[in-house]
Design a binder for this molecule. Sequence first.
Ligand SMILES: [Zn+2]
Length: 402
Amino acid sequence: MKGKKLLAGVSALALCASIAAPTLASNSPNGNLTNPNQVYSVKGFTDYSQMVDRLKQIENNSQGRVALDVVGESNQGRDIYQARVGNGDKVILIESEIHGNEKTGTEAILNILQYLGSSNSPEAKQIREEVTLVALPKMNPDASELDRRGNDMSWAEVQAAFPQLADVGPTWNYYTSPNMQQRDYSQNPGFDVNRDFNPDLNYVPKAGDFPGNSSLPGWYITPESQTVRDVYKSLQAEFGKVDVFVDIHHQGQYYVEGTDDLVTMSLSADFVPDPNTPEGEKYAEYADTYNFDFSKQLNLAAYNALQSLGNNSPFNNITLYSQNLDLPGTALGSFGLNGSGTILFEVRGQSHSLGQKKKGQLVKAVETGLYGIINGVTDGSVNELDPDDYDNIPLTSYRPGI
Ligand SMILES: [Zn+2]
């Protein structure tokens, strides 16, 4: 397929996760929206202190339905919050802003917590009965406050925390450049936290595993990834498994395959090769837990909810993100191997290229997709979806089709 080839050819640039992002910006089909001399405002987004205030307000107004807890601390000492609502035995874990310049997920999470915490509607009540929703909004708050991708942590700080790393150099995902996505990391470097996960949830850093690369697992060297890992393990201990994990990101500005329509959001279920296939043999120990079909069904639940908003609306411009990846250091890759149904949201435009423009529309897209997943899990309808339909979701093109 033409689109598939195109995707494969540019996938290294296309990843939201790519460290080649400055190149991407200048090559973007909408490169004119990225003016290196312009500062794009993100004041319309909820900052860290506003988020904390709002979470407390949501908890206070929820009549005990929403439980707010501090579950960890960022490297710069900011509390990392968990909000939990519902008493069902199906667990949905959602995180936002693992990359701090990818902000719509936090807005959507706050809106959903507000609704599920305060509404007496039959729908909200049913969700609370069937599902336990656990949210980690702004899980990388130091990056959020700097409006940048990487956290705020030096390699020397990692070595101080892990003396066994005293004689090895920094990891491959360590940012020190004076200009990475228009941010200066030279004075306060940091790590891509979304390469610091490992499917072995009990992994302890070993010098021989450094500096690593994108197709190898991460190390849990950052306090932010450690916090999410610890939440995940505690939910496993309480419920047996974490049924669903959603990670909300932003990407560049691309096109729906074969059209000149800008993608509003891309989805994906695919982060590592299936351990049940020859390509995924290195993950064979996870063959019994990995459930690609369930991840596909969950993605379809999000996709269908967005399509149902009507023909020719921006909410219909939903595509698949790059497929056939091998990124075990991502939270999605690691948790997918541990048996969670996994869904990636990649919302259009990052804050260095789009700022707060289109915020309302993009937050609504995220919210709609999340409700598609939550509702599908609540009533069990997600299990009736045909996983093969996942392959009918349009692909992403990096240039207009017409
Ligand atoms: Zn991202």
